[in-house]
Design a protein around this ligand. Sequence first.
Ligand SMILES: O=P(O)(O)OC[C@H]1O[C@H](O[C@H]2O[C@H](CO)[C@@H](O)[C@H](O)[C@H]2O)[C@H](O)[C@@H](O)[C@@H]1O
Length: 279
Amino acid sequence: MPDPALALPDDLETALARLAGGAGASPEAADGPVLVASDFDGVVARLVDKPDESRPTASAGAALARLAAGSPDRVRLALVSGRRLDDLARVSRVPAGTLLVGSHGAEQGRVTGEGLEHTPVALSADEADRLENLTTAFEEVAGTAEGAWVEHKPTAAVLHVRLAGPEDTVRATAEAVAASESLGLPPMRGKDVVETGVVATSKGQALEALRAETGARAVFYMGDDVTDERAFAVLHDGDVSVRVGPGETVARHRVADPDEAALVLTRLADLLTGASAPG
Ligand SMILES: O=P(O)(O)OC[C@H]1O[C@H](O[C@H]2O[C@H](CO)[C@@H](O)[C@H](O)[C@H]2O)[C@H](O)[C@@H](O)[C@@H]1O
C-alpha cells in the first residue's frame, strides 16, 4: 500500500481519470486499451549502487501486478528501460502479459507464463566490431578509476561511476565520452553512467511501436532521466506524461520520487482495473 500521507496534484489526478475514460474523456476515446508504460530505474525501483540489486518498490510492484492482470481490452502494461532485456525481466519480476523494451529500444519482448519471450538482437559484422572496440575503450577507462565498472549489453557498453570518487568521475566520464566520439558513436549521459550504443534507437521510437502494437487509444508514460525525454516527446493530446524527480522536461506532469510514482501506478490500477488495492 502506498504511504497514505502521499497525495497527487489535482491536475495529475484529473489527467489520469480522463485517460482512464472517466470524467472529461472525449466520446471517441472509447476503443482500444490504455497503454501504461514506465521506465524502471529511478521510477519503479529506487536507484541503488548495484544495478543487480534493484527491485520494484513494494507499492509499485503491487500496482504493476494489478495492471498486468487487467483486461487487455482496457489496459496493456509495458516497461521501457535502458537495461538489457533479460536483466529487466529478472529484476522487475513483472507478471505474464507485460511487454518489455530493453536497451533503450534495441530489444523488445514480452513476459509469458513460460518466461521471457524475445528474438535476440543480431548485430552486423561492423556493429559487432564497433561494440568490441567501444567495450575495450570503456574497460581501459574503468581500469583507471577506482569504483568504476563496465556493464555489457547486446548493443551497448555502459561506464558506471556511481561508486567512483568525484575527481575520477569527472575524468573517467570525459574519457568515455571522448572514446565514444572517436569511434563515431554518440554517447548518452544518464545518472552516473555514460552509455554508448552501436545501434540507433530511442525510447520514443519504442513507445510509438508499442502504441501501434497494442492499438492503444491513449498512452501513459513515466520516466526520470534524459533518455525518457524522447518518450515524452512522442506523446500528444489525450496522452499523459509524468517526469519523476528534478530536471528539465517536456512532460506535462511531475512527481517527486519513486514513492509518488508508485502512487500514480496505484491510481491507474484503481481506474483501469475497476478494483481497489487489497487492503
Ligand atoms: O531506463 P532505465 O530503466 O531507467 O535504465 C537506465 C539505466 O539503469 C541502470 O543504471 C541506473 O540504475 C542503477 C541501479 O539503481 C544505478 O546504479 C545507476 O547509477 C543508474 O544509472 C542500468 O544499470 C543501466 O544499464 C540503464 O541504462
